[in-house]
Design a protein around this ligand. Structure first.
Ligand SMILES: Cc1cc2nc3c(=O)[nH]c(=O)nc-3n(C[C@H](O)[C@H](O)[C@H](O)COP(=O)(O)O)c2cc1C
Length: 442
């Protein structure tokens, strides 16, 4: 995305109440859960004050019955539930802000590229070029059942469909050339027909005549995000994405990931700088180390012992409530592979966890250590972020992943961490006036 070393900053707003964050004092204080645009407006203004680049809305449309065989666990505990459709929030937030961009998730497994291309073209117009699409292949069987499937589409096929989906969506966005609009009243020429193209696309999954019946939008195509971590997921990102999210947990696995994606980028005739990575990070910051510790303790205390196991069951599609005390994750490899869900993430957990760790031990830490976590003073946090950024290629930045709540934690990040990043010249002090893609080129 960018030739520069800037640390770009984003926040994932998908998990602000989940992971038991709804139990934290100050979480959503003064706002109704989920339904309030005022809540998100306040976050957007705060994030823009911190010159952050992107607010991200993930999405899944299922209600997991994996843990204990019913939806009781996820509903009782508010684990990744509810998930409202955040599309209507985007124009409201775009009106409240000038620079920060917004990422919306749409599944390549359940939607149609024509609909997707139209929606993101329209969102790009109304946000004045500040929209991103998180193109997901969807890895949850309960979501599949809401879209009419008895069995979730197999992992490899989901990615084959995604390749075709992204290819044809791109062609739809290109079907009207940026300078096609003439608007010559005297000549009576609205658009130049030579610059409007049919696709006549016929693939394995989609048949689309085209063109997209819409004017070209400021970015022409949304900024494209992909978060698959498996081989096919990495290929999809390398071929189409501008940004990738990654939940790698250690510097070593981040470095390996960067090397791997760079190799795949070359395979698709792209260069490493064409794809930035936002590493997920959980930040617990305060003026003093002891205050940061106390905040972290309050967060840990809010999570019941089975919290991580419920989340793991949902994530990997397996009922971990049935795990005997001594069972390790390796005992579940076959079961997880059969669900063909989040295979890339599962492989990462296996690679970065001692094989003797029991499922219960893993579950205890799953919500708190699943992504890189940093705790301490602004200086300590920025020391760590700086080191990770430069050791992993200085090509992207960080996304506040999970385990933080609004408004307190996001304000702390903007008021304490961002000034230290800016003081060291690591992140921007001002936005250039442009599109979201331009922001990521700063
Ligand atoms: C950081 C991150 C964010 C993700 N966000 C979503 C999401 O919002 N919705 C969704 O359905 N899947 C989401 N996923 C899942 C991926 O898009 C993908 O379907 C999943 O990781 C399985 O593919 P893989 O085996 O290639 O990793 C996310 C994954 C990661 C690592």
């Amino acid at each position: 995305m960018s030739e520069k070393d800037t640390i770009h900053l984003a926040a994932d707003l998908s998990f602000l109440h989940t992971d038991f964050l709804w139990r934290m004092p100050g979480s959503w204080a003064g706002y109704p859960y989920y339904s309030s645009s005022e809540f998100y407006e306040e976050i957007a203004k705060t994030a823009e004050r911190g010159r952050m680049d992107l607010l991200f809305f993930g999405d899944t449309g299922g209600t997991s019955e994996d843990f204990g065989g019913s939806h009781d666990a996820v509903v009782t505990n508010g684990v990744k539930w509810p998930r409202h459709d955040m599309t209507p929030m985007i124009p409201i937030l775009a009106r409240m802000t000038k620079h920060i961009g917004y990422a919306l998730t749409m599944s390549t497994t359940y939607h149609h590229p024509f609909h997707c291309a139209r929606v993101f073209n329209a969102l790009d117009h109304v946000t004045k070029g500040r929209i991103a699409w998180n193109a997901v292949t969807s890895a949850y069987k309960w979501e599949a059942m809401n879209w009419g499937f008895d069995v979730m589409m197999e992992h490899g096929e989901r990615y084959r469909r995604a390749q075709e989906f992204l290819e044809v969506a791109g062609r739809l966005w290109d079907s009207v050339e940026p300078d096609a609009v003439v608007l010559d009243r005297e000549e009576g020429l609205f658009l130049d027909p030579k610059k409007v193209h049919r696709l006549d696309f016929k693939g394995e999954y989609f048949k689309i005549r085209g063109p997209l019946p819409a004017l070209p939008s400021p970015q022409q195509k949304p900024l494209i995000i992909q978060a698959g971590q498996s081989g096919p997921g990495m290929d999809l990102a390398a071929r189409f994405a501008d940004l990738q999210f990654s939940t790698r947990r250690t510097i070593d696995s981040m470095k390996e990931h960067r090397t791997e994606i760079d190799k795949r980028l070359l395979k698709f005739s792209r260069k490493p700088r064409d794809l930035g990575i936002l590493w997920s990070v959980r930040v617990q910051v305060a003026e003093s180390q002891s205050e940061a510790r106390a905040k972290e303790k309050a967060f840990l205390d809010a999570i019941p012992p089975e919290g991580g196991l419920i989340e793991m069951s949902q994530w990997f599609g397996v009922d971990f409530s049935l795990a005997d005390p001594e069972m390790t994750l390796a005992d579940f490899i076959d079961q997880v592979c059969e669900t063909n869900g989040n295979l890339g993430t599962f492989e990462e957990i296996l690679r970065t966890t001692s094989p003797n760790t029991t499922v219960k031990e893993l579950g205890r830490d799953y919500l708190t250590k699943r992504i890189m976590a940093v705790e301490g003073t602004p200086k300590a946090i920025v020391d760590k972020l700086e080191r990770v950024h430069f050791e992993t290629g200085a090509n992207g930045g960080f996304i506040l992943g999970r385990g933080y709540h609004a408004m307190n934690n996001i304000r702390d990040f903007v008021d304490l961490v961002v000034p230290e990043l800016q003081r060291r010249g690591l992140s921007k002090k001002e936005y250039s006036s442009g599109t979201l893609k331009d922001n990521f080129n700063d």
